[in-house]
Design a protein around this ligand. Structure first.
Ligand code: NDP
Length: 248
C-alpha cells in the first residue's frame, strides 16, 4: 500500500489501539503525529518508531487550545490527510454514583474534544478537497452495557456524528468513518475486566471468536479506512470485535 507523502494525526497514539495504529501507519510510510498527555509515553513511541513519528503533548479535554495546536502542526508538517480520533477514557461506576463532574469529564474528553479537533482539522482539509477521518466507537453503542453510562453516551454520539459528518463532508472529498472495537487487550480493558471475572465471562460468552482482540487487529481496519483502498467508503461503523456485536 503506497501511502507515502501522507500525514496523519492519531490522538492517544502513545498506547493501546492508538500506538498500534501509529505503528501500522509508519510501516506504510505515513508521517504520523501522536497526541497525548503523557510525554514519556509519547517520546518512547516516537523514538521507537523513528523519524516518521512525531508527537505533541496536549490534554484534549482543553478544547480552547485546539485551533493553536492544529495551526502549529500545519505550520510544521503541512495539512493532515488523516485524522484518527482515538483518545478516550472510560469510567466504570454504578449509575447513581456517577457525579455530574464524572459525567462531564468523560463527555469533554470522548466527545467535545473529538468535535473541536475534527472541526479544526476539517478547516485545513477542505482547501485540499480530500481527507479521511476515523472515529472510534465501542460495543457500548451497539448494545447496553451496565456501569458505563457516560462512556456509552459519548460512543453513541460518536456514531451519530460520524454519519452526520459523512453526509456533510463527503461531497467535499472528506470521508468520515468509524471503527467499533470489541474487547481489545489494552490498559483500558484490563482496568475494566481484570478484577471482574463475571464481566469477563460475559464478554467471552458472547464473542464467537472466543478471545480478546489485539490492538493491531483494530489498527489494520483503521489503516484500511484511512487508505485509498477505501476511497468509496464513507459513513460506515465497522465492528472489529471477533463477532461480539452479533454474538448470542
Ligand atoms: P488506552 O487507555 O491504552 O489509550 C487511551 C489513549 O488516550 C492514551 O494514549 C491516552 O494518552 C489518550 N488520552 C486519554 N485522555 C486524553 C486526553 N485528555 N488528552 C490526550 N490524550 C488522552 O486505551 P485503548 O487503546 O483501549 O483505547 C483507545 C480507544 O479505543 C478509546 O477511544 C476507547 O474508548 C476505544 N475502545 C477501546 C476498547 C478496548 O477494549 N480496549 C473497546 C472499544 C473502544 P495519555 O495517557 O498520554 O493522555
Amino acid at each position: 500500500m503506497d501511502q507515502s507523502k501522507k500525514l496523519a494525526i492519531v490522538t492517544g497514539g502513545g498506547s493501546g489501539i492508538g500506538l498500534a495504529t501509529t505503528e501500522a501507519f509508519v510501516k506504510n510510510g505515513i508521517q504520523t503525529i501522536i497526541i497525548g498527555r503523557d510525554e514519556n509515553k509519547l517520546k518512547e513511541a516516537s523514538s521507537n518508531l523513528g523519524e516518521l513519528c512525531a508527537y505533541r503533548v496536549y490534554d484534549l479535554s482543553e478544547t480552547s487550545g485546539m485551533p493553536a495546536l492544529i495551526s502549529e502542526i500545519v505550520a510544521s508538517f503541512g495539512a493532515p490527510d488523516i485524522l484518527v480520533n482515538n483518545a478516550g477514557i472510560n469510567m466504570k461506576k454504578p449509575f447513581t454514583e456517577v457525579t455530574d463532574d464524572d459525567f462531564k469529564l468523560i463527555i469533554q474528553t470522548n466527545l467535545n474534544a473529538v468535535f473541536s479537533l475534527t472541526r479544526e482539522v476539517v478547516k485545513v482539509m477542505l482547501p485540499k478537497g480530500s481527507g479521511s477521518i476515523i472515529n472510534i466507537s465501542s460495543m457500548s453503542s451497539q448494545y447496553g452495557i451496565p456501569y458505563v453510562i457516560a462512556y456509552t453516551a459519548t460512543k453513541s454520539a460518536i456514531e451519530g456524528m460520524t454519519r452526520a459528518m459523512a453526509t456533510e463532508l463527503s461531497p467535499m472529498g472528506i470521508r468520515v468513518n468509524c471503527v467499533a472495537p470489541g474487547f481489545i487487550a489494552t490498559a483500558m480493558s484490563t482496568k475494566a475486566l481484570s478484577n471482574d471475572p463475571q464481566r469477563m465471562n460475559k464478554v467471552m460468552s458472547r464473542t464467537p471468536m472466543g478471545k480478546l482482540g489485539e490492538p493491531a487487529d483494530v489498527a489494520q481496519s483503521i489503516l484500511y479506512l484511512a487508505s485509498d483502498a477505501a476511497k468509496y467508503v464513507t459513513g460506515v461503523v465497522l465492528p472489529v470485535d471477533g463477532g461480539n456485536s452479533i454474538g448470542f
